[in-house]
Design a protein around this ligand. Sequence first.
Ligand code: SF4
Length: 251
Amino acid sequence: MVAKKTEIAKRASDVLRLLKREYPVAICELTHESAFQLLAATILSAQCTDVRVNMVTPALFDAYPTPAKLAVADLSHVEQLVRSTGFYQTKAKNLIGMASQVMSRFGGEVPREIEDLTSLPGVGRKTANVLRSVVFGLPGLPVDTHVGRLSRRIGLTKLEDPVKVEYELNAMLPPAEWGEFSLRLILHGRRVCDARKPRCEECLLEALCPSSELPTKKRVAKPTRKVVVKKPAGKVAAKKRVAKTTKARKK
Ligand code: SF4
């Protein structure tokens, strides 16, 4: 059991090293200029792509550039602005609620502590960790669908619950790497390890990934069936003729 844990921890640090080499610049793909903007954008990104969120936020931030303005916004106007991100009624309500609590409880400043962040409407652990790692430079490993899927495929965890996955990964990686490890896994999930069709043939993690869909090196090196190398028919016939002639001469 201990050996197994050590093996997984070693794999985690190999994955970290390889991903750092492949994606030297790990960036958050949600457009933002402040903690408040990233918080709003991350709330909108639930069940929605970053590309779609980035299409919506310029108008939202033009209309409501600060928590003070968003806190007193008209709900139907915010709904209209965020409609295309899906679940727009809940998201609009959460955005106004978040801004209102940032004003009333935190003096207009987005808090840094995970307990404070997760006490805001629409803010779960994933969003809180995005804020902590991307804006505040604090340890935080957001586990979204990409991070969960890749961690399971690579064999770093067997768990499904994102919070439990976060704790497992945290235990294997240095805190300073948590945020960027998550961002790099997300990039790799989007570019190579697709949910439906992973491109294992071009994956830099292929050699250490137990879910690779390519034949294993072991299988290639040691085929289970005996390989019969057929010689060209002409050569075989010629060889048989030579053997027959030699035999006849000996007689
Ligand atoms: S080898 Fe395949 S399954 Fe494993 S991480 Fe790479 S793309 Fe995903």
